[in-house]
Design a protein around this ligand. Structure first.
Ligand SMILES: [Zn+2]
Length: 718
């Protein structure tokens, strides 16, 4: 019983450690905002985010037709375009945070359900003089609510009203376009609003949710999704006209992008290219005009799809999603959000070389400020003997970097300044990762040692109570040797414990770290205390010459687990594992000769059949219900054969419990239920009420009967 309690406790600790080791917030506070001091390239930026718009569907130009004629003409005639690469998780919130704040979503937000703003972070909106946003209540509040000043104004439809678009989700986008239009109509009559609108450092944000909703409901190749792209394109054309008419000063920059893509089956969240690739188009004040790609030697950003998109004649420039934030900040001349990790792509700018270099230098200083803050923090909370600084970027080297770049800027050597700024940015990035993951190695080694300790403890317990090891030994252990090795292990444990305690007490550590660092020591102390059977077993193995055999078995287990792990990254590895399992009876046969020939063949055949599954698509495009029905009927037939076999020739006339027949009947009922629901759905009649109830009853019935039956141990043993 105590072993069970210890096991529960240990696994709980190890489970929580995952969050503390890997999901740590990258956010730090206390940096000074950095910006360049030149007159800004644009007085205002209009950010247009088409939620859930995937790049290849948007750029598609098959049959020489496009769904977005206006935006395509921008790409060809007066803007810069590319693919913006997002990161996992490809969800709306992290996507918008990357675009607007320049940081990849704080992973600790997972525990808080993504929705509200669980941590304070700086954003382009926050640094702007005024920001006006229109769109969904799922997205806007997290930027509006966190603002220190009262300068972010959000216009949203109510969450319940998202239903008003249930028949046609593109109405969500039309709502935004109409509201922007009426906002400017009203503004032209309101002096205070008009004055605000004519200031510089202004951001407008239009969040267009229609494509996301249509993608989920109808998939991204549907005519609804295509139609919605047309709506967005036409709406943006209208919006640009409104802005140009209202201001008439050519001081507006526009950025069109998306927060994430969408898979063929209408989902997002994972790392498939259909989810991570979104379009980006920038145009207007301060943004570079299209360039002929033959002038550049970039192979990286060119793939076969550019031909399919019919865009081989305009230079494509890709970026990472977080790079959009410093781009907007640099165009507006506002400080780059202090937690930004994005890099400014000067290729998007149509400004003087000096402007580009100054903006990039501001980006580098902003990143450096974060790095310095992180280093100071670590330095302060770590005991000197446990502190190893990041040697590539020491304070001396920082000063040297800054002085060199400043010198280049003063002497108009802008290319040299740019390449040094870029180098500084990438080194600070490494340094930030270094300090962010500073404790990771120590913690994960301890967690691994803890798991090993737990495994050894279990093995000791099994050998003592559930094996013949102690009886077989009968007092053959040599006393002196055991005593000496035991003393050595105790010494190691004491030194280990003292080192960890010094580290914990001398430094600032969260309380969980006490558990992570001390639990392994405790577990190994328990192993030390109860490891006598293990030693006996080892001596027995040596005397029977079985060490190699056991070692090979352990190796097999290890390889099997590794295959499972590799299958996460490489699905076909599962096939390799299954083929190995298929060979198992062959090996068993040569070893013991107990398996029947026909049984072996069936086993191998079944394993090979199963191995082919990893080559099938992960998720089908359409649900194929007949497959489910056939599977149910097969299960029913197998059940019948089982009952026949148990009760008949093979099983020696055993009693078949009535519940088996009932379960068989239930399988047939379930198959019928699937069939009737599927046909009702295909007739667009929705889920029948009776089917819903029947499904719930079947679920509860089957689970309860099965568990009651299994609890009857006599059956379980049988
Ligand atoms: Zn989204």
């Amino acid at each position: 019983m105590w072993l069970f309690a210890v096991g529960f406790f240990v696994h709980l600790i190890f489970f929580c450690s995952v969050f503390d080791i890997y999901f740590r917030t990258p956010l730090i506070h206390g940096m000074t905002p950095q910006s360049h001091s030149l007159p800004p390239a644009a007085r205002r930026v209009v950010l247009l985010v088409a939620d859930g718009l995937r790049a290849d569907v948007f750029f598609d130009y098959s049959n020489n037709t496009t769904r977005a004629p206006y935006l395509r003409s921008i790409i060809e005639n007066n803007g810069t375009w590319g693919v913006s690469h997002t990161r996992v998780p490809t969800e709306s919130r992290p996507g918008h945070v990357a675009i607007i704040a320049g940081l990849y979503e704080d992973p600790s937000a997972i525990a808080k359900g993504w929705k509200e703003n669980p941590v304070e972070f700086d954003s382009v909106f926050n640094e702007s003089r005024h920001t006006w946003c229109w769109g969904s209540p799922d997205i806007l509040p997290m930027f509006a609510a966190g603002a220190e000043r009262d300068h972010i104004e959000a216009f949203m439809y109510k969450a319940e009203e998202e239903d008003f678009a249930s028949s046609d989700a593109s109405r969500l986008d039309k709502w935004v376009f109409q509201n922007v239009e009426s906002f400017f109509m009203k503004a032209s009559k309101d002096k205070t609003v008009q004055d605000m609108l004519h200031e510089d450092r202004i951001v407008f944000f239009l969040h267009l949710l229609g494509l996301d909703t249509n993608g989920h409901a109808h998939k991204p190749h549907s005519k609804e999704y295509m139609k919605n792209i047309e709506t967005v394109d036409a709406g943006i054309q209208k919006i640009v006209e409104i802005f140009e008419n209202f201001y008439a000063d050519h001081q507006t920059a526009y950025i069109f992008t998306s927060d994430h893509g969408m898979t063929d089956w209408g989902s997002h969240g994972a790392g498939d290219p259909s989810e991570t690739e979104t379009p980006i188009i920038a145009w207007g004040a301060g943004v570079a005009m299209p360039k002929d790609p033959s002038e550049f030697k970039e192979k990286m950003m060119y793939d076969a799809r550019v031909e399919r998109w019919g865009l081989t004649h305009v230079r494509r420039h890709d970026l990472h999603q977080a790079d959009v934030a410093p781009l907007m900040a640099s165009i507006l001349g506002i400080p780059i959000p202090v937690n930004n990790v994005g890099k400014l792509h000067v290729e998007y700018l149509a400004t003087s070389d000096e402007y580009k270099s100054e903006a990039l230098f501001a980006n580098a200083r902003q990143m450096l400020a974060q790095y310095q803050q992180k280093r100071t923090q670590k330095e302060e909370e770590t005991l000197p003997i446990f502190y190893w600084p990041f040697t590539i970027l020491t304070p001396d080297k920082e000063l040297e970097f800054l002085a060199t770049i400043r010198n280049y800027l003063q002497t108009d050597q802008f290319d040299a300044a740019n390449s040094d700024s870029q180098r500084l940015i990438s080194v600070t990035q490494q340094g930030m990762d270094y300090y962010h993951n500073y404790d990771r190695l120590v913690l994960s080694v301890h967690i691994a040692l803890g798991f090993l300790g737990w495994i050894f403890l279990i093995v000791c317990h099994l050998l003592k109570d559930h094996s013949a090891v102690l009886r077989m030994a009968g007092g053959t252990i040599e006393g002196r040797r055991v005593w000496r090795s035991s003393f050595l292990m105790a010494l190691v444990l004491v030194v280990w414990g003292i080192t960890n305690l010094t580290r914990l007490l001398g430094q600032h550590h969260p309380w969980q770290h006490y558990l992570y660092l001390m639990t392994p020591v405790g577990l190994w102390a328990l192993v030390h205390q109860s490891c006598a059977p293990l030693r006996v077993a080892w001596l027995l193995l040596c005397s029977f010459n079985m060490v190699w055999e056991v070692a090979i078995r352990i190796l097999f287990v290890f390889v099997g687990i590794e295959i499972l792990v590799m299958a996460f990254f490489l699905r076909p590895m599962l096939s390799v594992g299954l083929l190995c399992v298929g060979l198992w009876p062959v090996i068993m046969y040569t070893m013991q000769g107990t398996v029947e020939r026909s049984m072996r063949l069936v086993w191998i055949g079944a394993c090979v059949l199963l191995a082919s599954f990893t080559y099938m698509p992960v998720v089908g495009r359409e649900a194929y219900y007949p497959m489910v029905e056939v599977a149910g009927l097969l299960a029913f037939m197998l059940g019948c054969i089982g009952i026949y076999w148990c009760g008949g020739e093979g099983g020696g006339h055993r009693h078949i419990p009535g519940v088996m027949y009932l379960q068989g009947l239930m399988v047939v009922c379930t198959v019928y239920l699937v069939h009737s629901t599927a046909s009702s759905l295909s007739r667009k009649e929705g889920l029948p009420f009776a089917n819903q109830w029947a499904a719930w009853i079947l679920l509860v019935w089957q689970l309860s009967v099965l568990s009651l039956w299994l609890l009857d141990t006599s059956v379980f043993v049988q």
